[in-house]
Design a protein around this ligand. Sequence first.
Ligand code: UTP
Length: 297
Amino acid sequence: MKRKVTKAIFPVAGLGTRFLPATKSIPKEIMTLVDRPLIQYAIDEARAAGIKEFIFVTSRGKGALEDYFDHAPELESSLRKKGKKELLKTLKNTNMDSGAIAYIRQHKALGLGHAVWCARRLIANEPFAVILPDDVIAAEKPCLQQMTEAYAETGGCMVAAMEVPPEKAPSYGVLDVKEDMGSMVSVRGMVEKPAQDEAPSNLAVIGRYILTPQILQNLQKIKQGAGGEIQLTDAIAQEIEADRDVYGYRFRGQRFDCGSKAGYLQATVSFGLSRPELRGEFQGYLDEMAALRNAAE
Ligand code: UTP
């Protein structure tokens, strides 16, 4: 089996109900951290990992997402005339080569597993990555790159894993660890959204995966699981049952759950402070707010 991963699926067909009313007309993935939409962070991470084909699983009302990757001739010519080279460079990063990007429609939000299955014909018989753009990861080496490098050694299926406190386990897929090898663990089982006292470990799966094409065949047969959705976790758990290797990868970096309001706000603060041109003014404002709060208490 080939161990080079060149295709990535971006499931973006969810309803984004936690951000209503904004997501009534704006796809969640177009919401910005500082000045870049969430999807741009995901694309940059994929490119750094050597991804060449970008497959979006979309749904109704995601037109803004498709437009985002197009050229903008009027805007570009206006910037060119004004000599705004830096901005032109920034815009260039948003463009995709013709044929490098594909959109597949998920007609009903039947779950993440179903969204991935919708892309089956474009994946054919290759390993592929899955990136959930609402999980944004700040890392020195981009998370998917860390994983593709590890995957080149191991093969099998690999999920990004992160330690969470016990009370958070019911919000995640949780790994049942067979052997802990440090940055990598081998997995003996996976449970989607376990009750707090039934979580098999504190290692939760977050939105980065490298999967074998067998997963698509598993998804074909899977029935609705937790929450009435077709779960990707269940398809990966079937690999373990079939005695094929599944690994959890403890990535180095900080993950922000930008699908939740609190996570999105935390990411905004963190990414704002990481920008040299904003840091001084923004940090000053945060300090001032903290001082006012302390004075009021
Ligand atoms: P979420 O669980 O965050 O759901 O999906 P959501 O619909 O986006 O947001 P809320 O919970 O209603 O606020 C995780 C990822 O899976 C995709 C989403 O777009 C997101 O990237 N997804 C989910 C699909 O593509 N299709 C689905 O049927 C479900």
